[in-house]
Design a protein around this ligand. Structure first.
Ligand SMILES: Nc1ncnc2c1ncn2[C@@H]1O[C@H](COP(=O)(O)OP(=O)(O)OP(=O)(O)O)[C@@H](O)[C@H]1O
Ligand SMILES: [Mg+2]
Length: 263
């Protein structure tokens, strides 16, 4: 588990601001769900947390230290789809993660290292319910099973922070409910700090201990791309878990008694 502090973060692409003045302090073990309009910068925010890109302004601190300048095993990420290697079996997909993290240039594990990686793979496969499918390739798995594999890949290096970008967006509702249970179980067992982007407000409320809403505070009617988005609402959820979740972001904001994050 890790604490994360985001200070005055800004991100622009080619001079166009996408995110501006994002401030956030996350306690170890928080489960932050992120909602906001399409294109407002949610995936960009995750890429910055992963160090896949560098911010134009501001700082991100992980346990009080500046984020490493490149992705490191302390942060794992799962995308909506296509993050597994199609030509490798379930277990080889997982072993490759460990090999890649340990030695991106030299490659394969042998001997004791390979046995240790296999032991981690075995326990992860049990945890995510894919032990029976370990020899199959992704094309022989259902969408839900592929996403289980993608989650297992992200967990292979025991990250302190797990980043999820609409991980269940392509799954049927029934399968999604199973994945929610799985994710909450893993979060509880592995004691991670989680950031999860979703378009589904119900999902954001069901899973999060905190919902972060990204939106623009300032608008220029003549130039829609003049300003970036920031966190406009930051809703702690513990005491609201029993409440019927709102269905849209506007309803969420309208019914919220919380003080807007930027106030
Ligand atoms: N590498 C890039 N170069 C230039 N512009 C980019 C780049 N990546 C993202 N953008 C722009 O930044 C904005 C935010 O993109 P981002 O993918 O973060 O949005 P999002 O909130 O995740 O949207 P969605 O909900 O549709 O996934 C978009 O306008 C996008 O076109
Ligand atoms: Mg996105």
């Amino acid at each position: 588990m890790s604490a994360l502090d985001v200070r005055n973060l800004g991100m622009a692409y080619g001079g166009t601001p996408i995110l501006e003045r994002v401030n956030l302090s996350v306690a170890p073990g928080d489960f932050c769900t992120i909602v906001g309009a399409s294109g407002c910068g949610k995936s960009t925010f995750l890429r910055l947390l992963l160090s896949q890109e560098r911010p134009t302004r501001g700082q991100i601190l992980l346990d009080g230290e500046n984020l490493p300048p490149e992705p490191t095993p302390d942060r794992g990420i799962v995308f909506q789809r296509y993050s597994v290697f199609p030509h490798l079996s379930v277990e080889d997909n997982l072993i490759l993660c460990a090999e890649f993290a340990a030695a991106p240039l030299t490659g394969r594990f042998f001997g004791a290292k390979r046995r240790a990686a296999r032991a981690t793979v075995d326990s992860l496969l049990e945890q995510i319910g894919l032990a029976h499918a370990r020899k199959r390739c992704p094309a022989q798995l259902s969408g839900g099973m592929q996403q289980r594999l993608a989650i297992a890949q992200a967990l292979m290096m025991k990250p302190k922070v797990l980043l999820l970008d609409e991980p269940f967006g392509a799954l049927d509702p029934g399968i999604r409910a199973d994945m929610h249970e799985l994710l909450l179980k893993l979060w509880d067992e592995m004691k991670m700090t989680v950031f999860m982007v979703t378009h589904d407000i119900g999902e954001a409320f069901k899973l999060g201990t905190r919902v972060l809403v990204f939106d623009k505070i300032r608008h220029d009617p003549h130039d829609p791309s003049a300003y970036g988005a920031t966190i406009t609402y930051d809703l702690p959820l513990e005491r609201k878990r029993h409440v019927q979740p709102p269905e849209t972001i506007n309803e969420l904001i309208a019914t919220s008694e919380e003080i807007p994050a930027h106030a």
